[in-house]
Every structure is written in structure tokens, then in C-alpha cells.
Design a protein around this ligand. Structure first.
Ligand code: PEP
Ligand code: MN
Length: 333
């Protein structure tokens, strides 16, 4: 059960409610976000919801059965739209494309990418400056220096930035330069990081864990929400299965299932999802066809020379082709 408090609830009304819940032996967790205040209740046994409804200072009481509460659409029926500022929206029924290199490499690379995005009307650029790498000897990203360069070029062109944050200690420094914080697959269950991202007022894109279930992805989102941040985007990026013909198994089933369970926008990353450049366009189109709210795509002027993930990165020409095909697809969806 979720009890939504009125914005102007009086301290004595809140106390009455808390005492009432205690008397009814209903455990509750107060949640304060940038949008409102809620009490999340996990009653051990069935009880009459009307016993709560008469308390003053409540705007709504929602019966939410099941494991997920705040991220569930059982209480929030309308879909969440993420506002990244300057008219850049995710989840508004248009496909939000976020594209750019796996890793930020140089000023020239950023400018080339910005040009390719502008040409295609894309408003969000991706690019990692802190890279989680399987081998500690691989390129790990340009860090804050790279992020500042990234910001410089994007800011003057009205392009928003999505980039990965790997640990809570990085958030504060990154904050002025980032529009959407990405939590990578390897950090999907880093609960300290998730809670720290709950304390900021910026959108967070959560990737599904490498072997994560849909349920676990929703729980990760619940962590951020419960810590105070409602601006969440879910991302399917493929999971590890016994199949070895491609990098990951892009689970497009997750899109309708997540959208059936949650009010949060769902984005697909077909680049990591299949990991093979020549198949990324098809899987991106399939993602759009299955109802994704957005796409996260790796692009590079010269993918074969990319510092990371070149094998799954589209050239700018291939990206143009994808954008054209997405437009054609939209006419029949
Ligand atoms: C990335 O987006 O470049 C990345 C590292 O993704 P993931 O966390 O899905 O592997
Ligand atoms: Mn990558």
C-alpha cells in the first residue's frame, strides 16, 4: 500500500497518521522525493484500506500488491515522462535516441559526433568517461577532464549528456556536467550507488544487470526512488545466457513486461545487446517496434579505431541509415 501525503500536511496530522498506523500494526517507510511524500506500507495481513482513508492530510491511498511499490503502475497509472530540460523528453510517446561513442576519446571525436547527431535531430549524446572494463589493463576513460570537454561541446549545441557514473564519490564532481546519470550493468545492484543517486535531482538510467532478472531491475529502480529520486529510466541491454553466438542476449521480451509492470520509460541498448555492428540496426528497429521509449546506440566516425566497443559501434553513415529506417518504421507503427 502507498499512502500519498498532501503537500501541505500539518505536523499534527502526520503524527495522527503515524500513530494510527502503529495502532493498526502496519509497518511503514516514509519516502520523500522531489515530487512528493509517501508512506510505503507493507502490512503483514489483510486489512480494510478504509481505516486509513479518513486520516487528514492524505491525498490518496493506493493498494499496491506485489513486490514493487513506487515503480509500479498499480499506483501511478499514467506513464512517467522524464524531462531533461530544453524540451528534451523521454517517455512522451516519441522515440528518444541517445547516441555517441562507447568512450569519450578526444575533442575532435566529440565535435564529429555532435555534428552527426545534429544532422539527425538527435538531442542526447552518450559517451563514457569512467569505463568499467573487464581487464584492468584496458582503456578506462578520460575521467573528469573528458567530461568537461564533452560538456563544453554539447552545451553550446543544445545537446544533453548521458554518461556512466561508477561510484557514489564521483557524483558531486560530475553533477554540473551531466544531464542523465547512467548506471552500468555491472553496478546494477550496487545499492550504495543507487541510494546516492536517489539523493540527487537528475534523471538516472538504470541498465539491467549482466545476469539480472526483470524483477531485480525493478528493485534497483525502487532503491533510487525510495531514496528520493523519481526521475528514472529503465534500460534493457542484453543478459548473459548460455548462447555464445553473440555478446549478450538482447531480451526484447523485457520491454512489454516492464511496461506492463511499471510507469517508468523503457529504453533499449541494442549495441551491447547483440554486440555485433552489422546486426545493430535490425535490433534497434526491433526495439522500436516492440514499444521502447528510447534507444541507446554506440556510434563513431571510424568504429574500427574506437578505443572501446568498436565491434558493435555504428559508423555515422550506418547511424544515418538507422535514423532513416526509424522514421519509415514510425509511419507503420
Ligand atoms: C556502455 O554503455 O558503454 C556500457 C559499459 O554498458 P553496460 O553497462 O551495459 O555494459
Ligand atoms: Mn560500450
Amino acid at each position: 500500500m502507498i499512502i500519498q501525503l498532501k503537500k501541505d500536511i500539518q505536523p499534527n496530522q502526520r503524527l495522527d497518521l503515524e500513530q494510527g498506523l502503529n495502532q493498526l500494526k502496519i509497518e511503514f517507510y516514509p519516502v520523500v522525493t522531489q515530487m512528493g511524500t509517501y508512506f510505503i506500507c507493507t502490512p503483514k495481513q489483510e486489512f480494510d484500506i478504509r481505516k486509513i482513508g479518513y486520516f487528514k492530510g492524505i491525498s490518496d491511498v493506493h493498494r499496491v500488491t506485489g513486490n514493487h511499490k513506487m515503480v509500479s503502475n498499480k499506483w501511478k497509472v499514467e506513464n512517467t515522462i522524464i524531462d531533461c530540460g530544453d524540451g528534451v523528453l523521454i517517455g512522451d510517446n516519441n522515440l528518444a535516441v541517445m547516441a555517441g561513442p562507447c568512450s569519450i576519446e578526444s575533442e575532435e571525436q566529440i565535435n564529429d559526433t555532435v555534428e552527426s547527431l545534429i544532422k539527425n535531430g538527435v538531442r542526447i549524446m552518450r559517451g563514457g568517461v569512467y569505463k568499467p572494463r573487464t581487464s584492468p589493463y584496458s582503456f578506462r576513460g578520460l575521467g573528469m577532464e573528458g567530461l568537461k570537454m564533452f560538456y563544453e561541446a554539447c552545451n553550446k549545441n543544445g545537446i544533453k549528456i548521458i554518461t556512466e557514473v561508477m561510484e557514489s564519490g564521483q557524483i558531486e564532481d560530475m553533477m554540473p556536467y551531466v544531464d542523465i546519470f547512467q548506471v552500468g550493468a555491472r553496478n546494477a545492484q550496487n545499492f550504495n550507488l543507487l541510494e546516492a543517486l536517489g539523493e540527487i535531482d537528475k534523471p538516472v538510467l538504470l541498465k539491467r544487470g549482466i545476469s539480472g532478472t526483470i524483477d531485480e531491475l525493478l528493485y534497483s529502480a525502487e532503491y533510487v526512488f525510495k531514496s528520493g529520486n523519481e526521475k528514472l529510466i529503465l534500460c534493457e541491454r542484453g543478459i548473459r545466457t548460455f548462447e555464445s553466438a553473440y555478446r549478450n542476449t538482447l531480451d526484447l521480451n523485457a520491454v512489454p513486461i516492464l511496461k506492463e509492470k511499471s510507469h517508468l520509460p523503457v529504453v533499449v541498448d541494442p549495441s551491447h545487446g547483440i554486440g555485433i555492428r552489422k546486426h545493430v540496426i535490425q535490433m534497434a528497429l526491433a526495439s522500436a517496434a516492440v514499444g521502447a521509449d528510447g534507444l541507446l546506440i554506440e556510434t563513431h566516425k571510424t568504429p574500427e579505431k574506437a578505443a572501446t566497443d568498436g565491434q558493435q559501434t555504428l559508423s555515422f553513415k550506418e547511424f544515418d541509415e538507422l535514423m532513416l529506417k526509424l522514421k519509415q518504421l514510425k509511419t507503420i507503427l
